[in-house]
Design a protein around this ligand. Structure first.
Ligand SMILES: C[S@@+](CC[C@H](N)C(=O)[O-])C[C@H]1O[C@@H](n2cnc3c(N)ncnc32)[C@H](O)[C@@H]1O
Length: 203
């Protein structure tokens, strides 16, 4: 799988551009300034670099070595530091109650591994921590504008609710929108966007 992404990222251009995802930009102020953020499946680093340049302490994780190279080059160009961990999400140590926010932008995982990774994300958030994501939903298969063609890799609001049983969703919304992110995401798209908060359990 990382060969596929390494090839995608091997060109001089950034496959999804260098601007952070618009949904993330629109909600990032909800994350307390200066706090610790993990960006999963971060690819060439556009979202991690954006957050680092807004005074967050950012760790990124992805299995693509080409993605890591491009991300570190972008961080250096923008004069910020990110900690980029090269790892498959299946093997990554997310930690427990470690992150103020976890960001997942266009991370589409096979349903054989996704529920376990989502459970690790939930555990890894601090109490009141935020999970911010945007992905394609199954309706995206009607468009040829980006994302996997395998329906089981596309998130639904039902799957997100059941795989994140202890998050309270401040937003969980399907939408149609025109997006332009590098060569990789171009045109009308069917999206699922969410902001979940890990509520501290009242004892
Ligand atoms: C569509 S790209 C999104 C990249 C980045 N989040 C962005 O929005 O620009 C999906 C990324 O998921 C990564 N990925 C997919 N499955 C993964 C896994 N099991 N472990 C780690 N990274 C994975 C790929 O390497 C790729 O960089």
């Amino acid at each position: 799988m990382s060969d596929f992404w390494n090839e995608r990222y091997s060109g001089a251009d950034y496959f999804y551009g260098t601007q952070a995802n618009e949904f993330l930009r629109s909600v990032s102020d909800m994350i307390p300034k200066g706090s610790k953020v993990l960006c999963i499946a971060e690819g060439e680093g556009r979202n991690a670099v954006f957050l680092a340049s807004h005074s967050y302490h950012v760790t990124a994780v992805d299995s693509s070595s080409e993605g890591k190279k491009k991300a570190l080059a972008l961080a250096s160009k923008m004069g910020v530091e990110i900690d980029y961990q090269l790892s498959d999400l299946v093997n990554f140590d997310f930690g427990e109650e470690k992150w103020d926010a976890i960001v997942s932008i266009f991370c589409h995982l096979s349903d054989t591994i996704r529920p376990a990774i989502h459970q690790k994300i939930e555990k890894a958030l601090k109490p009141r921590g935020l999970f911010i994501f945007q992905s394609y939903n199954p309706k995206q298969l009607e468009f040829n504008t980006g994302g996997p063609k395998e329906i089981t890799m596309l998130n639904t609001d039902e799957s997100m609710r059941s795989e994140f049983s202890s998050l309270t969703w401040l937003k969980l919304e399907n939408s149609l929108a025109e997006i332009h992110e590098g060569a990789g995401h171009q045109g009308m798209s069917s999206l699922l966007s969410g902001i979940g908060v890990k509520e501290k359990l009242a004892l």
